[in-house]
Each structure stands twice: as structure tokens, then as C-alpha cells.
Write a protein that binds this ligand. Structure first.
Ligand code: BYC
Length: 316
């Protein structure tokens, strides 16, 4: 097999479902694609805390507040596992933060929309976490070992997030007229941005083809979006609510729901920095980074001091 190139051997491993580990040889483009996707995924988890954190102080009961705090805290944990997974590819956490703060790295479009009512906490759980799970379960089988392993735990937690959101909406849907209206309004506002989360259509997605070949992605953007729409079109019936799409209709021949036209102009505007909350989200992250400088300095100084101690001093 000496004649075989490293690249061909790499592809063979992928085809045989052998995981790629940090010290294995990999094409530079594979490494860069993973750094891009994993770091953007990590940024999404961290920026994703902001729309929900907005409602922690206004949760309507202690039970709901405890659930929401736990969920937001989980998202921070997801961000941290993912930053660690990306670090195994040779990028530092500081570089990744810098890419986020300078606007070079993206994060999920969905977190640039505002959370206007309490029902938005339910809609985020049901639709946003629901879309995230649809995308992330296949990532448990992604070809890069550290990313795949991080996704296993993340998916378990996301599943709890999705259920708490649906349960919250179910509760509102059985409430009074104003609560039912609030529930429907939240679904109306979050539906289209949620189905945009899967990314551009396959023919407009520059990365899908190569990522499928390397088994970074297991399904295309359109395949996952269709699966999600099929699931939600049924689940919404349990809520006694509707999805805001007059073209949503079961297609017997395709065995799927047909759906209306997605506003791609809005999608590209949002990921280009012009969504309703882009500026606010980035400003909040930058402020947290700047105000946390003293914590990082103190931790670094403590680590230095500990390293400098002799073993005898450490025992004492
Ligand atoms: N938003 O060629 P494509 C969560 C970009 S957080 C922004 O299809 P790819 C949660 C894409 O990056 C879960 N940008 O790309 C947290 C690319 O631009 P660049 C977040 C998007 O990578 C808190 C360009 O468009 N999940 O669950 O093959 C509270 C062309 O796209 C978006 C993940 O991050 C978007 N929606 O496929 C609650 C999953 N879509 O980078 C919940 C991991 C596309 O070339 N990521 N772009 O400049 C993925 O699975 C893939 O990266 C995507 C895109 C399917 C998102």
C-alpha cells in the first residue's frame, strides 16, 4: 500500500467508519472545516444562552425558574465541551473568542431574534432545541472522535430541553384565551427562523458535499429540515395550535409534508450581521469577555504560583 497517498488512506478510514483522532494525519481542509463548524457550534451554545437568560428573572414560578436556570447552565457546558473538542485541532480558545468578537466566526442565526414573551421560552425549547437535536443526533456519529463524543452528552441534555419547551407550551395551550394567543404568537414568530437553522438549501450550501464525503455531516441541510418539518407538523396538533405556513400539506406521493417558500433573503441578512439582535448579542459577549479579564488573570497567576512551588511546599 506504499503507493497510496495519505489522503486516500484517510478517506479509506472514513469509509470504514474508523474515527479520526487528534494525533492522526488529516487533510488540512478537513481540520479547517472542523475548526469552523465546531467553534461556530460552541459560539452558538454560548450566544444561545442570552435570549433565554433574558427571562430567568421573570419566570412565572419557582419551578419554571429552576428549569430555565438549569437549561441555560447546560448550554454553557455544551459550549465548553465544544471549545475543548475544537482545541484538539490546534486552535486556542483565545483565537476562537477573537474570531467571534471580531465577527469572523458565525454563530447560529436563530439567536439573533428577540424573546418577547414568556411563551418564547417554550417555543425555543420545542422548536430551537428540537431543530438542534435533529441536526445533532447524527453528529454523534461524525467522523472526528472528540466531536462525536462531545455530542453524545449534549444530545441527552438537548432532549430534556426540547421536552421542557413542549410541556411549557402544552400548559399555555390549555390556559385562558390570552395564554393561548401568546402560545400561538410565539410559534408564529419562531417557526420560520427555526427551519432556517438547518442552513441554506443543498444547492446553495458550499460545504455540504465535501462534509458528507468526510462524514462530518451525515445528512444534508435539506434532508434534516424536511425531517424536522414532518415531526413538528404532527406535534403541533397536540398543542391545538398551527404552524404559520398555509402551504404546509401532507404529500402522499413523497411521504413528507410540503412546505412554503423560506425567506432566504432574511436568512442571509441575519447571518451577515443585520438581524434584529446581532449587535446586541455581540456587544453582550464582548462586555462579558472584557469584564471577565480579572478572573482570567487571577486564574493564570494562581496557576503560575502553583507551578513554581517546590513539591515540599505543595505538601505543606
Ligand atoms: N446560522 O455550506 P453550509 C443550540 C453558514 S445551538 C448561521 O451549509 P455547513 C442551542 C455556514 O456556517 C446549536 N450560519 O455550512 C443553544 C457557512 O458559512 P461559513 C447550533 C449558518 O457548515 C442554546 C454558510 O452559512 N448547532 O442548540 O456545511 C439554546 C454556508 O452553509 C447557518 C450547530 O451549530 C445558520 N443557521 O452547514 C438553545 C450544529 N447555516 O462558516 C439551543 C453544527 C449555515 O462558511 N453545525 N450557516 O462562513 C452544523 O451542523 C453545520 O455547520 C450547519 C451548516 C448545518 C449549521
Amino acid at each position: 500500500m506504499q503507493w497510496e497517498s495519505s489522503e486516500a488512506r484517510f478517506q479509506e478510514k472514513i469509509d470504514q467508519e474508523i474515527k479520526i483522532e487528534p494525533k492522526d494525519w488529516m487533510p488540512e481542509k478537513y481540520r479547517q472545516t472542523l475548526i469552523r463548524q465546531i467553534s461556530q457550534h460552541a459560539h452558538s451554545e454560548c450566544v444561545g444562552m442570552l435570549p433565554e437568560a433574558n427571562w430567568i428573572t421573570r419566570a412565572p414560578s419557582l419551578r419554571r425558574k429552576a428549569i430555565l436556570i438549569a437549561k441555560v447552565q447546560d448550554e454553557a457546558g455544551h459550549g465548553l465541551y465544544l471549545y475543548s473538542a475544537a482545541e484538539t485541532l490546534g486552535i486556542s480558545r483565545d483565537e476562537m473568542y477573537d474570531q467571534l468578537h471580531s465577527g469572523k466566526a458565525k454563530y447560529s442565526s436563530i439567536f439573533n431574534y428577540p424573546t418577547l414573551t414568556w411563551a418564547d421560552m417554550g417555543a425555543i425549547g420545542w422548536l430551537v432545541d428540537g431543530a438542534a437535536i435533529m441536526n445533532q443526533v447524527p453528529l454523534c456519529r461524525t467522523s472526528y472522535g472528540p466531536y462525536a463524543r462531545a455530542m453524545v452528552r449534549i444530545c441527552k441534555e438537548e432532549s430534556f430541553h426540547q421536552r421542557q419547551g413542549f410541556e411549557l407550551l402544552l400548559h399555555l395551550s390549555k390556559g385562558n384565551e390570552a395564554q393561548r394567543r401568546m402560545c400561538q404568537d410565539a410559534i408564529n414568530r419562531w417557526w420560520w427562523p427555526s427551519i432556517m437553522m438547518f442552513g441554506p438549501t443543498d444547492d446553495a450550501s458550499p460545504n455540504t458535499q465535501q462534509s458528507m464525503k468526510w462524514k462530518i455531516k451525515r445528512f444534508t441541510n435539506d434532508e434534516l429540515r424536511q425531517k424536522f418539518i414532518d415531526v413538528c407538523a404532527e406535534q403541533v396538533k397536540f398543542l391545538g395550535m398551527t404552524l404559520p405556513d398555509p402551504d404546509l400539506k401532507w404529500n402522499e406521493e413523497r411521504g413528507h409534508y410540503d412546505f412554503g417558500t423560506i425567506n432566504w433573503e432574511e436568512f442571509w441578512q441575519v447571518i451577515g450581521g443585520n438581524g434584529p439582535c446581532n449587535q446586541q448579542r455581540l456587544d453582550t459577549r464582548k462586555k462579558a469577555w472584557e469584564e471577565g479579564a480579572w478572573v482570567r488573570e487571577a486564574a493564570a497567576a494562581y496557576a503560575e504560583k502553583k507551578k513554581a512551588r517546590t513539591p515540599v511546599q505543595q505538601i505543606a
